[in-house]
Write a protein that binds this ligand. Structure first.
Ligand code: FEO
Ligand code: CA
Ligand code: CA
Length: 655
């Protein structure tokens, strides 16, 4: 029987679809009528934003008039020539810039790494080579030299259909027929992260050998530290102490601390676990985390990924991991104080009182935005004093009220509903089952919170909400105003008194994404945004040293949103607020991750993730990929790679 290729391609995307399924059945208050009330009171008063917000109900002529007046007043902090929206096999950057591939999947990281041969891969080679699906990028400048530093890179997940010859799509339902023990071990070695040395000569970066060069994988020894370490829920047969875990998985976005460590965040850890949970006393809690998902073949060869054999192993994933790139002897720490969920990233700031604050999104439809505030202040003069700063502090979850204010509700055992009577035995359990604790606290169910980043110039905080097509009409609320939100939006938070530890904040929608020329989409980009300038599905973001916001996207395709993924400059200030401008495009099938600027803004690093992944009904495999970027040779599949973008002739990128 012939299969419809579109159906196969659709199933290739099932991984993404599955990870996005809401597991939150809590019914926090949702107020459909609030939308109308809010547009009436606040957004309409703000002029242009409000005009576009109700685009579905106003005449096009009114829109055109708004465009003229906005264009006349638009300050332009993004003067680069806008890139034409592209959807082809390669990368594109705005005129006046160049984009150079810095490192690709399979390139050597450790001394003695063999040359990459996609037809003769081994786990031993992959452990020494750059991993798959680069996501977060952090740059840690050399303390003495401007033109050198360490680049830390997450390797989020693997695409076996693009990595291995001859296997096509792999599915749980027929037992992953092409996956051997060696291939699973290659996948495990291609996960985790990499530390590489880079140096700049004549304005261009290249990889250089450094003693700190390192691969972290799904089997690297790590410690569980903080309030949940040693808890009974973290104990397994292999680790009766509940403090030692092997590896990290699905490390999505992250952050760099002011003391120079790398925060790398485990996101869809549930994908790696298989097996049955029937009769397990914690089956409901595990279901809330989507465990087991059975989207890899790992449990066939490694019992710890089979929940029937090692039910607590999945509790040891879903954390923020702290790694010291300068000290390979320091064991990576899973910091349990920051809570367990599907962490997107770890945008952070040193608060005015010196305490260190980490903002975090739990990337799932209907899940939450969190904030962690350390108990002690950061010590800028004594690096050693910050060693275990992240083991003590308060995790809170965000509630967005309809009046444009909000509050952080602490996940502290014994406070409010977080008591033994409600099933929370201790603080360890509150953190391990943070989603359930946040449910009990009445947190606001969001449209897939991805990166949450602070603009240090203004103190405002930006929350990327990538999409949520499961939100129903009666589930729309003020902070998530669109039912069936295919396009995503960005929420802006202003902490009370500029205090990132304050209990309360004000908030606003910066922009509702999508094509503003289609009234039904309800997008609210400024009318000065061109046909190339709008985007959907905001995912990662970065703020440069001048306080300009840059947003990268994941999930766009011509068939889905009418756009492809890339990077946009987004104005947040003045009359030009909510104007977006296209700067960079990734190849077909890819998402754009890890935007990260060097401190001088002269380089911007971009992670091109999963180039050639199946989309829009085009099944794409190792043997028949939709692109062979970046090598474009017949023997080489597409390779996830890090790209360094600079301005031709030097100067700040994007000017
Ligand atoms: Fe791994 Fe939420 O993107
Ligand atoms: Ca992401
Ligand atoms: Ca993503």
């Amino acid at each position: 029987m012939t299969r419809d290729p579109r159906r196969d391609a659709f199933e290739a995307l099932a991984r993404e679809a599955h990870e996005d399924l809401p597991t939150n059945t809590a019914q926090a208050p949702t107020l459909g009528d609030v939308i109308a009330a809010r547009f009436g009171r606040r957004d309409l008063l703000k002029g242009l934003l409000g005009v576009a917000a109700i685009a579905a109900t106003v005449a096009p002529r009114a829109m055109a008039m708004a465009a003229e007046s906005a264009a006349a007043k638009m300050p332009d902090r993004f003067p680069f020539p806008e890139l034409t929206a592209a959807a082809d096999e390669t990368i594109h950057v705005a005129d006046g810039h160049r984009a150079d591939v810095l490192i690709r999947w399979g390139d050597p990281v450790l001394p003695g790494a063999p040359a990459f041969d996609p037809h003769a891969q081994t786990a031993a080679a992959q452990r020494m080579q750059f991993g798959y699906n680069n996501d977060f990028i952090g740059f840690i400048p050399d303390p003495a030299e401007n033109d050198r530093g360490l680049l830390v890179v997450n390797h989020e997940y693997t695409n076996p259909e693009l990595m291995f010859p001859g296997i096509g799509l792999q599915r749980a339902r027929n037992g992953f027929p092409g996956m051997t023990r060696e291939r699973v071990d290659i996948e495990m070695a291609a996960h985790g992260g990499a530390v590489i040395g880079i140096a700049r000569k004549d304005g261009r970066w290249s990889v250089v050998p450094v003693p700190e060069a390192r691969r972290i994988t799904a089997t690297t020894p790590m410690l569980l530290t903080g309030p949940a370490a040693g808890d009974t829920l973290l104990k397994t047969q292999d680790d009766p102490e509940g403090r030692h875990v092997l590896g990290m998985v699905n490390n999505c976005a992250g952050g760099v601390t002011p003391w120079g460590t790398w925060l790398t965040c485990e996101e869809n850890f549930n994908l790696y676990f298989s097996g049955a949970l029937e009769g397990h006393p914690r089956a409901a809690a595990m279901k809330r985390y989507g465990v087991p998902a059975g989207f890899t073949a790992w449990s066939r060869f490694h019992d710890r990924f089979d929940v029937s054999k090692s039910p607590n192993e999945s509790n040891r994933f879903g954390w923020v991991v702290e790694i010291d790139p300068r000290d390979p002897a320091w064991t990576p720490r899973k910091r349990t104080a920051l809570g367990r969920f599907k962490h997107e990233g770890a945008g952070n700031v040193v608060n005015s009182d010196g305490r260190f604050v980490v903002y975090q999104g739990d990337d799932q439809k209907m899940d939450y935005v969190y904030r962690f505030v350390t108990a002690r202040p950061f010590d800028p003069l004594n690096r050693a004093a910050n060693r275990d700063l992240l083991d003590e502090g308060t995790l809170s979850v965000a509630v967005f009220h309809a009046d444009g204010t909000g509050e952080w509700r602490p996940l502290v055992h014994g406070r409010g509903p977080l008591t033994p009577a409600n099933g929370f035995a201790n603080q360890a359990q509150v953190l391990i089952e943070a989603r359930l604790a946040a449910d009990a606290l009445g947190a606001t169910r969001m449209d897939r919170p991805e990166d949450v980043e602070v603009n240090p110039k203004t103190g405002r905080v930006y929350v990327m909400l990538t999409s949520n097509d499961t939100r129903k009409e009666d589930e729309a609320d003020a902070a998530n105003p669109r039912p069936n939100n295919v396009f995503g939006h960005i929420v802006e938070i202003t902490p009370d008194g500029g205090d990132h530890a304050a209990e309360r904040f004000a908030w606003n929608v910066l922009v509702k994404c999508g094509d503003p020329s289609v009234a039904e989409v309800g997008a609210t980009f400024s009318a000065a945004t061109t046909g190339n300038g709008w985007f959907a599905n905001p995912d990662n973001c970065a703020v440069d040293s001048e306080g300009r916001l840059w947003v990268s996207t994941d999930g766009n395709s011509r068939g889905k949103t009418g756009r492809t993924d890339g990077l946009w400059g987004v104005e947040t200030e003045g009359d030009g607020r909510a104007t977006a401008k296209r700067f960079f495009s990734v190849p077909v099938g890819a998402e754009m991750c890890g935007p990260y600027f060097t401190p001088d803004d002269a380089t911007f690093f971009a992670a091109v993730q999963h180039p050639g992944e199946s989309e829009d009904g085009r099944l794409s495999t190792f043997d028949d990929p939709s692109t062979r970027w970046p090598d474009f040779t017949p023997d080489m599949p597409p390779r996830p790679s890090v790209v360094a973008i600079t301005r031709i002739g030097g100067g700040r990128v994007g000017t």
